[in-house]
Design a protein around this ligand. Structure first.
Ligand code: ADP
Ligand code: MG
Length: 160
């Protein structure tokens, strides 16, 4: 796993934005981490990188999925309140995988076997009040290339 430390929410947005700028329709980003680890903050950054104009990117807590217009559609899923993977069918979860847009899933572990075989996985951990460790783990050629590009972006910005 490759990881970096951010020391402010803005820095977490910035990294999300760098990733978002490189994402394309059909990509899935899986986010892992406890409450307050920064999953929604990172998602907000991805939205910026996708040129989503709406200002208020909030967790779709009561609906599971929020859809935004951007350079490509942005589907923001939050499974915090999912009790059973069986509920996924009811929200049309499968239709957001390999879709016409970019899909970001908070609490991805709650989808268990319904996740795509390949995912751009991001693990967020609280280090202290303002520091978060952000780890990246990818599978498949497409996401390996994306991660290599993101690593180059991070290096350019001297983020480590
Ligand atoms: P989650 O979606 O994982 O529950 P949020 O992004 O909603 O997390 O909340 C993260 C909280 O932590 C916010 O209140 C944010 O201001 C705070 N925070 C402090 N430092 C950071 C950081 N380095 N990166 C992201 N969020 C941070
Ligand atoms: Mg959240």
């Amino acid at each position: 796993m490759f990881s970096v430390i951010t020391t402010s929410p803005e820095q977490t947005w910035h990294i999300g934005q760098m990733l978002g700028a490189r994402l394309a329709a059909g990509d899935t980003v899986c986010l892992y981490g406890d409450l307050g680890a920064g999953k929604t903050s990172f998602s907000y950054g991805i939205a910026l990188g996708l040129d989503v104009k709406e200002q208020y990117i909030t967790s779709p807590t009561f609906t599971f999925v929020n859809e935004y217009e951007g350079r490509v559609p942005f589907y923001h899923i939050d499974l915090y309140r999912l009790h059973d993977p069986g509920e996924l069918e009811g929200i049309g979860f499968g239709e957001y995988i390999n879709s016409d847009g970019v899909t970001v899933i908070e609490w991805a572990e709650r989808a268990e076997d319904e996740l795509p075989a390949e995912c751009f996985s991001v693990y967020l951990t609280s280090v202290d009040e303002n520091s978060r460790e952000i780890g990246f783990l990818v599978e498949g050629e497409r996401y390996e290339k994306l991660l290599a590009e993101l690593q180059a972006d991070l290096k350019k910005d001297r983020i480590r």
